[in-house]
Design a protein around this ligand. Structure first.
Ligand SMILES: CC(C)(COP(=O)(O)OP(=O)(O)OC[C@H]1O[C@@H](n2cnc3c(N)ncnc32)[C@H](O)[C@@H]1OP(=O)(O)O)[C@@H](O)C(=O)NCCC(=O)NCCS
Length: 152
């Protein structure tokens, strides 16, 4: 079994990203949302493939020496086998080689798997947005995580 990463600046992956996102989120982002985001010069898509099959994705917005993760996911059937950590570690390497020094993301305080993953790969919580998300139980806080990337 081989894992490969691809980093793309193309709107052509919008249908694939929408299909992967649907497996990971409800409600999911649609193809138009992805093509609008991918049309921006600042967005980069990372695809993680096992052999030739895409199993994970991450969408970055890169501005100068700072980047933000807009969304990321690993297909349900491949979770819990370090694919999320692999995706982020390769993403960090890609970004630091492009002189990005600060990586940010936002996560629901209720999303324990994602929070653990971010802590595992070196992110720290730096802020909280009260009631930023809404779910079936009401308002949920968003946590902002940050990581400093060093030149390699
Ligand atoms: C969050 C997500 C990407 C994790 O992917 P994954 O491939 O399962 O993550 P990994 O196997 O690399 O796990 C890394 C660490 O995260 C933590 N973790 C993963 N799944 C977990 C779970 N269900 N419960 C608690 N911690 C968990 C563990 O600490 C794990 O480290 P360990 O294996 O050394 O114990 C995946 O669950 C997912 O796609 N979720 C839906 C989409 C989503 O929530 N994206 C993030 C939005 S901000």
């Amino acid at each position: 079994m081989t894992f490969t990463h691809e980093f793309l600046h193309s709107e052509t992956v919008a249908p694939l990203l929408a299909a992967l996102h649907k497996e990971c989120f409800a409600p999911a982002w649609n193809e138009k949302t992805f093509s609008d985001l991918l049309a921006l010069p600042t967005t980069t898509t990372q695809l993680l493939c096992r052999d030739v099959t895409p199993i994970g994705f991450c969408l970055y917005q890169i501005t100068h020496d700072e980047a933000e993760i807009l969304t990321l996911g690993i297909l349900p059937e491949t979770r819990g086998s370090s694919c999320g950590a692999l995706l982020l570690e390769r993403g960090q390497e890609y970004l630091s080689n492009r002189n990005v020094r600060r990586l940010l993301l936002e996560v629901s305080e209720k999303n324990i798997p994602a929070r653990r993953l971010y802590e595992k790969v070196g992110f720290s919580e730096i802020a909280r947005r009260k009631g930023y998300y809404r779910d079936e139980t009401g308002r949920v806080d968003a946590l902002i995580f940050e990581m400093t990337l060093h030149a390699r």
